[in-house]
Write a protein that binds this ligand. Structure first.
Ligand SMILES: [Zn+2]
Length: 475
């Protein structure tokens, strides 16, 4: 809110775009032109009204970082000076991708070989996260991380930091400068990890409280109360988390659940004296009052029907992280079952157990996970999940996820001819649906021509590639 206000000073309202150039200021009315697709509701649900709008030659009009209009170019761009229109004709404009589960400190450990979850944490993750006690280190990685999100077309994310307060300050400070919708929080963990990563029930509370005061609702930022997962928090610490939820009911709860069978058995053993007999892993979080409307549980690969019913009853969300679940050999998330039961499902990359920042790449793997269980995830269903579906999972559909008037103007410009092979394949696609599915199957960060945050250009592929090549050449 503060940033939006500071950007709208009328004295600096003159746009600096030249015809055909990208939008560089968000101060006055601006527009982009291209094919435009956005969702109004879930295309996987039976409904009398259409689930999406598609404008082959479309216009998206933005003022002060918000959507003013979307529709056919001939209508919505009719009264706008061509100087103020960035022309992306031939490309596809979608709402910015939303990542509902990712760890920024693990950016540097993608592709850690050979282990399943619990061994992977001990061998690779904990030593990596130790470095984030150093705020300068955390700031340097935050910049790389946010650059990679934008390169992938992702404009909003729910992000794990580390146990260190300064890891949150580093990420939030950098995200604030970029005016991104980032949700994060200090990790809570007071057992079953190396001493150098442990806090206590008391510091979990006081450090989180301090960070909530500093960052929650500052600009577009929001805070997540973040117990790593049940095995690394004592019951006393989960009660601290509940106290934070009570004092900040619109803060998020962000954690992991039922990713790996060994983990599930361990939770049952650890909490057997603290909860009623027969309580499931998810039920442990419920017993401590942590299943809120703004709770997001990553993975849920091994949840039961009763667990999915509980998620639905509590209006909590699950984050589907296919590249991670395949990489760690965790299992296949029962997407069709959860979706059919009406559970809110977001899409997550789960870097660094996940293997790509790209939600297109993540959808490619999501399709395979669904297919191995006999289902089919269409291009429309996939792109819904990566945009409006994930906005709903984050309880943010009134702010982001599509191009309804008044929404925050985060969007991505996708290139259907990003590589010779993709271009060759696209030329042979016969319907828009087929093109979307090819994009979801073959697309990656090279498909992202440009990413806009609150109406401002935040990433241009060709400029970024040139800068990278220039940097490499001078080394
Ligand atoms: Zn994770």
């Amino acid at each position: 809110v503060a940033i939006a206000a500071s950007c709208s000073s009328p004295s600096t309202a003159e746009a600096v775009v030249a015809e055909g150039d990208a939008i560089r200021t968000g101060n006055d009315i601006q527009a982009v032109r291209g094919s435009i697709l956005h969702f109004l509701r879930d295309p996987g649900e039976a409904a009398s009204a259409p689930a999406y709008e598609f404008f082959e030659d479309g216009g998206l009009v933005v003022r002060d970082g918000k959507v003013v209009a979307v529709g056919p170019a001939s209508t919505v761009l009719a009264n706008i000076s061509p100087r103020r229109i960035a022309d992306y004709s031939g490309k596809l404009i979608l709402p910015g991708f939303i990542d509902t589960h990712i760890h920024y400190p693990q950016t540097e450990m993608v592709g850690a070989f050979g282990e399943e979850l619990l061994q992977w944490l001990n061998k690779y993750t904990f030593p990596t996260e130790r470095q984030f006690a150093n705020q300068n280190y955390a700031e340097a990685v935050s910049k790389v991380f946010l650059d990679e999100l934008l390169r992938a077309g992702t404009t909003s994310a729910l992000v794990f930091s580390t146990v260190h307060k300064q890891s949150v300050d580093a990420l939030m400070g950098e995200a604030y400068k970029r005016n991104m919708r980032i949700i994060s929080g200090k990790v809570l963990m007071d057992r079953n990890a190396p001493d150098y990563l442990l806090d206590t029930p008391e510091t979990a509370y006081s450090d989180s409280k301090e960070l909530i005061d500093r960052w929650h609702k500052k600009g577009r930022l929001l805070y997540a109360i973040t117990p790593r997962f049940a095995p690394t928090s004592t019951p006393a610490q989960l009660r601290s988390a509940k106290r934070l939820v009570d004092e900040c009911p619109d803060c998020y709860v962000h954690t992991h659940v039922s990713e790996n069978k060994g983990e599930v058995a361990w939770v049952n053993e650890l909490f057997k004296n603290d909860v009623r007999e027969g309580t499931s892993y998810l039920g442990v979080y419920d017993a401590f009052g942590l299943m809120t409307r703004r709770a997001v549980f990553a993975h849920g690969v091994h949840l039961s029907d009763a667990d999915f019913s509980l998620l639905k009853d509590r209006d909590s969300a699950v984050s589907f992280c296919p590249t991670s679940n395949m990489f760690l050999g965790s299992g296949l998330f029962p997407y069709d079952k959860a979706h059919g039961m009406g559970v809110k499902i977001g899409l997550g990359t789960d870097i660094g157990a996940g293997t790509s920042f790209s939600q297109l790449h993540t959808l490619n793997e999501a399709y395979k996970v669904v297919k191995l269980q006999g289902g089919k995830l269409s291009g429309l269903q996939g792109l819904y999940a990566a945009t409006l579906g994930s906005a709903k999972a984050l309880d943010l559909e009134s702010k982001i996820g599509n191009f309804e008037r008044g929404k925050e103007a985060d969007f991505v410009v996708l290139d259907p001819a990003s590589t010779p092979l993709v271009k060759f394949r696209m030329e042979r696609a016969k319907t828009p649906q087929e093109k979307l599915f090819v994009l979801m199957t073959m697309g990656d960060d090279r498909s992202v021509k440009a990413t806009y945050v609150a109406g401002k250009l935040a990433h241009d592929r060709d400029e970024a590639n040139k800068a990278f090549a220039d940097g490499a050449n001078t080394k």
